[in-house]
Design a protein around this ligand. Structure first.
Ligand code: HEC
Length: 120
């Protein structure tokens, strides 16, 4: 690898690491639970229920301690954005809850709402 290429590669690594930690920091602190409430009411409540315990078979109980919400923000954001299916699942979680209009901000906000409302 030439010196120039190597420098470019290292710069790229440093930049992506910085971008990544900024994104995680935002997910940890920046989600707006009040805005997330309307995302939840508009898209998630039909399956996950008002009380977060799940309306339909296969949905997890968000209020369970050491349950799904004990996972890191980055994991949960990926599962909400891309969809998720656990082993032996009776039904997968659809990507963005089936609402393709949800933005990255909507997802961070709804996660902040889940943590505020249902985490013990
Ligand atoms: C059509 C029904 C449905 C809708 C709508 C839905 N979910 Fe889910 N969700 C599920 C099911 C079913 C699972 C469990 C999937 C599994 O474990 O295989 C799940 C799992 C999850 C999990 C746990 C993921 C994990 O890592 O175990 C989170 C968090 C979640 N949903 C958040 C949301 C949010 C936020 C919304 C709204 C944007 C939403 N869901 C909309 C059905 C739904």
């Amino acid at each position: 690898m030439s010196i120039r290429l190597r420098t470019a590669f290292i710069t790229l690594c440093i930049t992506s690491a910085a971008t990544f930690s900024a994104a995680v920091a935002y997910a940890d602190n920046g989600g707006d639970a009040a805005k997330g409430a309307s995302v939840y009411e508009g898209t998630c409540v039909f399956c996950h229920g008002e009380n977060g315990k799940g309306e339909i078979p296969g949905t997890p109980d968000f209020t369970k301690s050491a349950g799904v919400l004990s996972q890191d923000d980055a994991v949960l954001i990926a599962h909400i954005a891309d969809g998720f299916e656990s082993p032996n699942s009776s039904m997968p979680m659809p990507a963005r809850g089936g609402n393709e209009d949800l933005s990255e901000d909507d997802i961070e906000n709804v996660l902040a709402y889940l943590r505020m409302k249902f985490s013990k």
